[in-house]
Design a protein around this ligand. Structure first.
Ligand code: OSB
Ligand code: MG
Length: 374
């Protein structure tokens, strides 16, 4: 498919409640949206970089620069028949996976549409069992002003229908929080996410939570580390999950080789896109390592593509893919809704991402637009 034109949007959306992690609070979520035109079709992608370089070194500013000065010029006018062909065009840019993933998503959307397949169907072509039509989801809960407030918030989400809760932790806000939530919800699958806020020497903090029957502990140590996680793992009973430190399928291979984790949170944006995410899926599935799809507070554009990835057979654990109303009052796509009876969301089955863009809302939240004709 010939890449005829790319449009880049810098958008800003207000979250329904502030999202606080060990690296800081977020209330206004900026992101970039890309639209690629080819053969009368438009493919959409989302770059989840934020205003601050907290979770990743990328920001909306660096992503705009890398996309408009390097990545988009490298694909304009080129012909890409399959998404797997994109990587070799972008390999001259080191790093910047969040910027690359936005283009990767749009190319997956375009090529699926051309074949009359949903993204989920196209991603699942190699697997005889095919994709799931609805996927299990949970909710990720930011750090609250108090433990009582955390328990209230968990209770509200449980009432809404979520059957797995992830709590953000940071030093000084960990053991008593986890104990209190476990006491209030004895049977709820609960997990913790530290976003790299601890050091190996702090293993006793996690040992103190060994008896809480937690589903997993996500990324306690450094965002580039794999080795210290392999040393922490045998010291604790809670299954260990990596997020930040898995940047590619190679990193997943290293983690498997040295026993750095029990589970991987696969965020397609963090690893440069859906092609790489599926490689991690294949590698971990054959090694028997359970996976789930992580989130970055995506708009409906990114959410649709997360759901498609989560429909693959290796994603056996509930993902951080919540309903639209958990993030935004009005999104730039038609909303995704939680199936309360089984804590799932339906995987879109229309061509490509299978979404409906709300163009009025997209215009309303756009701060800046860039047009890149071939
Ligand atoms: O570490 O998983 C994380 C959001 C932004 C940055 C990092 C993370 C998160 C989440 C939110 O946990 C998951 C979601 O999209 O609901
Ligand atoms: Mg995480």
């Amino acid at each position: 498919m010939k890449i005829e034109r790319v449009t880049l949007y810098h958008i800003t959306q207000r979250l329904v409640s502030p999202f606080v992690t060990s690296f800081g609070p977020q209330q206004q979520r900026d992101s970039l949206i890309v639209a690629i035109d080819s053969e009368g079709l438009t493919g959409w992608g989302e770059c989840v970089a934020t205003n601050d370089p907290g979770y990743s070194y990328e920001t909306v500013g660096t992503a705009w620069h890398i996309l408009s000065d390097f990545l988009i010029p490298a694909i304009l006018g080129k012909t890409i028949e399959e998404p797997e062909g994109l990587g070799s065009l972008l390999v001259f840019v080191r790093g910047h996976p969040l910027a690359k993933a936005a283009l990767d998503q749009a190319i997956w959307d375009l090529t699926s549409q051309r074949e009359g397949l949903s993204l989920s169907q196209k991603l699942a072509l190699p697997y005889p069992e095919g994709p799931l039509s609805r996927v299990k989801v949970g909710v990720s809960i930011g750090i609250q002003p108090s433990i009582d407030k955390t328990i209230d918030v968990v209770g509200e989400y449980v009432t809404t229908g979520y059957r797995r809760a992830k709590l953000k932790i940071k030093p000084g806000h960990d053991i008593t929080l986890a104990q209190a939530v476990r006491k209030a919800f004895p049977d709820l699958p609960v997990m913790l996410d530290a976003n790299s806020a601890y050091r190996l020497e702090e293993a006793p903090i996690f040992q103190a939570m060994d008896d809480l029957n937690l589903l997993m502990l996500e990324q306690p140590l450094g965002y580039e580390d794999i080795y210290d996680h392999s040393r922490l793992r045998p010291l604790i009973h809670t299954p260990l999950c990596l997020d930040e430190s898995i940047h590619s399928a190679d990193h997943a291979r290293y983690a498997l080789a040295i026993g750095a984790c029990d589970i991987i949170n696969v965020k397609p944006s963090r690893v440069g896109g859906w092609t790489e995410a599926r490689r991690i899926h294949d590698l971990c599935r054959s090694a028997g390592m359970p996976l789930w799809v992580g989130g970055m507070l995506e708009t409906g554009i990114g959410r649709a593509a997360q759901l498609a990835l989560a429909s693959l057979p290796g994603f056996t654990l509930p993902g951080d893919i919540s309903a639209t109303d958990r993030y935004y009052e009005r999104d730039i796509t038609a909303p995704f809704i939680l199936n309360r009876e089984d804590s799932t969301i339906d995987v879109p089955d229309g061509p490509g991402l299978g979404i409906e863009i709300d163009f009025d809302q997209l215009a309303a939240v756009t701060l800046r637009r860039g047009l890149f004709p071939a």
